[in-house]
Design a protein around this ligand. Structure first.
Ligand SMILES: [Zn+2]
Ligand SMILES: [Zn+2]
Length: 74
């Protein structure tokens, strides 16, 4: 019996340690926006909060430390 059923996303989490937990929704994603202070936010939470975190869609402000982070530069 093939074990493809065990080839779940759960295992990829340990492969390279790239999966990160969103600090907003607490789900694990292969990619999250991150701040130098350690704050992480996923794409979907970012879109939900874009009105409050970004005023120009070029940078976003970290709700934790208030630092400015750029989009598409990571
Ligand atoms: Zn999220
Ligand atoms: Zn921060």
């Amino acid at each position: 019996m093939p074990d493809s059923a065990y080839n779940s996303p759960y295992r990829t989490k340990h492969r390279r340690g790239r999966a990160v937990t969103c600090h907003c929704c607490r789900k694990v994603f292969p990619f999250c926006w991150s701040c130098r202070c350690g704050f992480r936010i996923c794409q979907s939470c970012m879109l939900d909060n874009l009105w409050g975190m970004s005023c120009n869609a070029i940078t976003w402000e970290c709700p934790d430390c208030g630092g400015q982070n750029g989009f598409g530069n990571q």
